[in-house]
Design a protein around this ligand. Structure first.
Ligand code: AMP
Length: 395
């Protein structure tokens, strides 16, 4: 796997696909700069080698050229974070972009305009990729968040750099973290899958059963399993058409000697509301008119024991409706358990969608080993897919 460390960038122009798709408020201020901060180590390494950086990214989902999606809005923020002046060119291909790239001196940074102002970007157009490729000497992909898309700047462009392409530090770290769980993880390996629906996690479960020793199924997903086993789940969220599949998963897990842990009790509410009345009940005895919105105390204690005995932990999906304060306890407790296990030497990876939001919201970011930056890309990796953006560098 070629990374930045395999190249010396002295007098070279690095063309880096970063993920600067950051949220902006109505004043076009960056409200979460995590993605820019994450790209910094790669950029600094190249500058310190004596090279220059041409940064390309998308921002939002523009339909053609739309000023509100211009990357010019983030130039100041990128400068602040990198501590280096950032030049901006309001094109990403063509004469203007080429002139700006050509005039770059070692130590300088150029940010190109939003790639998605051209529909050819998402179409993975070869001619467009070739025009982008003209701008730099070495192609660096450091955008995990878009690595699952076969777009021009993430995938197709790599073919124009047969010997001069590599992963940036961020993308390399993402790949290594996933491998630590899926391939080289120290046993016992635990996967915690929560969230709303079985259907969105099914491919992940099928893919990881061969790699794990323990599986915790929590959150809304668990009710499909409980109902399938004959439990009474009241008005809890359930996918009736996935009940057979749930039983099949349990069968497969047993055959593969994976221990499955499902909540035994829940905090049930009489409405889907933070102000609802609540009671703690057994998960298979939820009265009609009540719905399970969080893990109960016995479940939390059980999960804690499981987490503490594992050396490798993957967490995807909350254990309850954590967006409502009264139903966040299970998710917070699990975060605390994983933080404690990590402190004791376990490797923990949090990735894919809402668990990342939960981890950030409750301040666990620095207490787990790695928080993935890519939602969809992470989920597809866990499903066992080789992401096109990663394959393009490995080829
Ligand atoms: P996912 O995107 O599949 O990871 O699902 C995340 C969502 O699942 C969050 O918005 C949670 O509020 C929701 N969720 C977790 N537990 C439950 C539950 N018991 N009932 C309803 N929704 C839930």
């Amino acid at each position: 796997m070629k990374t930045l460390n395999d190249f010396n960038f002295k007098n070279k122009k690095a063309l880096i696909r970063v993920d600067f798709n950051v949220p902006l408020n109505e004043k076009f201020e960056v409200t979460d700069d995590t993605r820019i901060v994450s790209a910094k180590p790669s950029i600094i390494k190249i500058l310190e080698d004596g090279g220059s950086c041409i940064l390309m990214s998308h921002l939002g989902r523009p339909k053609g050229v739309q000023d509100e999606f211009s990357l010019k809005h983030i130039v100041d923020k990128v400068e602040d974070i990198l501590g280096v002046e950032v030049k901006f060119v309001d094109e990403c291909i063509g004469e203007k972009a080429e002139a700006a790239a050509a005039s770059l001196e070692p130590g300088q940074i150029l940010l190109l305009e939003n790639l998605r102002f051209h529909k050819e970007e998402e179409a993975g157009d070869k001619a467009f990729s070739k025009k982008l490729a003209k701008l730099g000497d070495i192609y660096v992909n450091d955008a995990f968040g878009t690595a699952h898309r076969p777009h021009a700047s993430t995938t197709i462009i790599a073919q124009f750099f047969p010997n001069n392409k590599c992963f940036g530090y961020l993308l390399a770290q993402e790949i290594e973290s996933i491998e630590k769980v899926m391939k080289t993880g120290e046993k016992p390996v635990l996967a915690v899958l929560g969230g709303a629906k079985v259907s969105s996690k099914i491919t992940i479960i099928e893919n990881i059963l061969d790699k794990i020793d323990h599986l915790i199924i929590g959150g809304g997903m668990s009710f499909t399993f409980i109902k399938a086993q004959g439990g009474k789940i009241g008005d809890s969220i359930c996918e009736d058409d996935k009940m057979e599949l749930a039983l099949e998963i349990l069968k497969q897990a047993k055959a593969k000697h994976v221990q499955v842990h499902i909540p035994v009790d829940v905090i049930a509410a009489n409405a889907f509301s933070n102000d609802a009345k609540t009671q703690i009940v057994n998960i298979n005895e939820i009265p009609d008119g009540w719905q399970g919105l969080d893990a109960g105390p016995k479940s939390i204690a059980n999960f804690h024991k499981v987490v503490m005995q594992c050396k490798t932990i993957l967490w995807n999906g909350p254990l309850g409706v954590f967006e409502m304060e009264n139903f966040a306890k299970g998710t917070i407790a699990l975060g605390n358990s994983i933080a404690e296990a990590t402190k004791n030497g376990a490797f923990s990876l949090v990735g894919g969608g809402d668990s990342v939001a939960a981890v950030k919201q409750f301040g666990f970011e620095d207490k787990v080993s790695y928080v993935s930056t890519g939602g969809g890309a992470m989920l597809e990796s866990l499903e066992g897919k080789t992401l096109p953006g990663i394959a393009a560098i490995l080829e």
